[in-house]
Design a protein around this ligand. Structure first.
Ligand code: FAD
Length: 145
C-alpha cells in the first residue's frame, strides 16, 4: 500500500522584495508542473518575509521534493519542518500547488493565538492543524498576486 504523508515547513525569503512576484510566479509554475506529475498536492503561503508550505503525497515523492529540491533552493533559507504526518487523507486534493497570500483571516489567526503579526515559525502542535484547515478555506491566487 502506498503511504501518503503531509509535511509542513517554514522558511524565509532571501531575495529582495522587488523580485518577489517574479520569483513566486517561477516557483508556482515549476511546482504545478512537477507536483502534478508526481501527484503531490498542497498550499504555499507567504507574508512578512516568511514562506509556509504544506505538501501532501506519497512519502518518497514528498521527501524527494523537499530534500532534493526545495531545501537546496537559495531563494529561501532556514527551512524548518514543523509537522509531518503519515496516513493522511488529502486536504488539498484539487491543488498541485495552491497559493494563499496572507489576508485578514490569516492575520486574525495569528493575533488570536499569539498576539503577533503573521509568523508561521510560531506554529505549534496545537495550532498547526487549525492553521492548515484555515489555509484550505482560503481563495487561491494560483499564479497572480
Ligand atoms: P534546477 O532548475 O535544476 O536547479 C538546481 C538547483 O538550484 C535546485 O536545487 C533548485 O532548488 C535551485 N534553484 C532552481 N532555480 C533557482 C533560482 N531561480 N534561484 C535559486 N535557486 C534555484 N518546486 C516544486 O517542484 N514543487 C514545489 O512544491 C515547490 N515549492 C517551492 C517552495 C518554495 C518556498 C521555494 C523557494 C521553491 C519551491 N520549489 C518547488 C522550487 C524548487 O526548490 C526547485 O527550484 C524546483 O523544483 C526545480 O528543481 P530542479 O532540481 O529541477 O532545479
Amino acid at each position: 500500500m502506498v503511504e501518503c504523508v503531509r509535511l509542513l515547513y517554514v522558511s524565509k525569503f532571501t531575495q529582495n522584495d522587488d523580485v518577489f512576484k517574479t520569483e513566486l510566479m517561477n516557483i508556482l509554475m515549476t511546482s504545478v508542473d512537477h507536483n502534478a506529475l508526481h501527484e503531490i498536492t498542497g498550499v504555499l503561503s507567504y507574508g512578512n518575509g516568511y514562506f509556509v508550505q504544506c505538501l501532501e503525497g506519497e512519502k518518497t515523492k514528498v521527501s524527494n521534493l523537499y530534500f532534493d529540491r526545495i531545501l537546496k533552493d537559495s531563494r529561501h533559507k532556514g527551512c524548518q519542518i514543523l509537522y509531518f504526518e503519515e496516513q493522511i487523507e488529502r486536504i488539498f486534493s484539487e491543488w498541485a500547488m495552491k497559493f494563499a497570500p496572507i489576508n485578514p483571516s490569516i492575520r486574525a489567526f495569528f493575533q488570536l493565538q499569539y498576539a503577533q503579526e503573521f509568523n508561521p515559525t510560531l506554529l505549534t502542535a496545537r495550532t498547526i492543524g487549525p492553521f492548515i484547515k484555515l489555509l484550505a478555506q482560503q481563495n487561491a491566487w494560483e499564479y497572480y498576486i
